[in-house]
Design a protein around this ligand. Structure first.
Ligand code: HEC
Length: 160
């Protein structure tokens, strides 16, 4: 009898914990940066759907999730294996050739064939806003100081 009461109490508690666990992991999925951003936003309560990341955080998140294994957190790549994005002529030059390389694998004169035997995946699945956030991140980190990229720049680059 005593045991049954105690089991009932436990399962009730487990259900609450599971519920909390699920909502916490939903927030964590959006990344640690989301939590920081969330705390600053009015009306962002734990029960609310996660708000979209600001472009600055989104660019950082996409870089961290897709590019870091090869180009490294500091953007310096790995000598003779993966090129540096720090100081790269392609990264800091015009937006269109940069976008066409990252999204379509279309090579520009700035990165001649044969420098690397390794290959880079293409990221054409990124939408224009996310691609713009990513390229802005590349151009404003690792010591790079080139201008920000807008979604419309990506659309224009990919339309020809
Ligand atoms: C699997 C490893 C790998 C991943 C992941 C990767 N790259 Fe690359 N990246 C390469 C290689 C290899 C090259 C050189 C390709 C060549 O010139 O043939 C390259 C070249 C580049 C260049 C040209 C740099 C220069 O000036 O030489 C840019 C810009 C770039 N990558 C951006 C990105 C971005 C942004 C991501 C993530 C969305 C990414 N890469 C993910 C391997 C990778």
């Amino acid at each position: 009898m005593g045991a049954r009461v105690s089991r009932g109490g436990n399962s009730g508690r487990v259900a609450v914990l599971t519920h909390r666990g699920a909502s916490a992991s939903g927030i964590m999925f959006a990344g640690g940066a989301m939590l920081a951003g969330c705390a600053m936003l009015v009306g962002c309560s734990p029960g609310a759907a996660p708000l979209p990341l600001a472009p600055v955080q989104r660019g950082e998140q996409i870089y961290a999730g897709n590019c870091v294994p090869c180009h490294q957190p500091d953007g310096h790549g790995i000598a003779h294996v993966y090129p540096a994005l720090a100081g790269s002529v392609l990264v800091n030059g015009e937006v269109a050739p940069l976008a066409r390389w990252v999204l379509k694998g279309e090579r520009s004169a700035a990165i001649p064939e044969g420098r690397y035997t390794t290959r880079m995946p293409q990221y054409g699945w990124l939408n224009d806003a996310d691609a713009a956030a990513l390229l802005t991140h590349l151009r404003s980190h690792f010591g790079n100081t080139a201008g920000a990229v807008q979604a419309a720049d990506i659309a224009r680059a990919m339309s020809r």
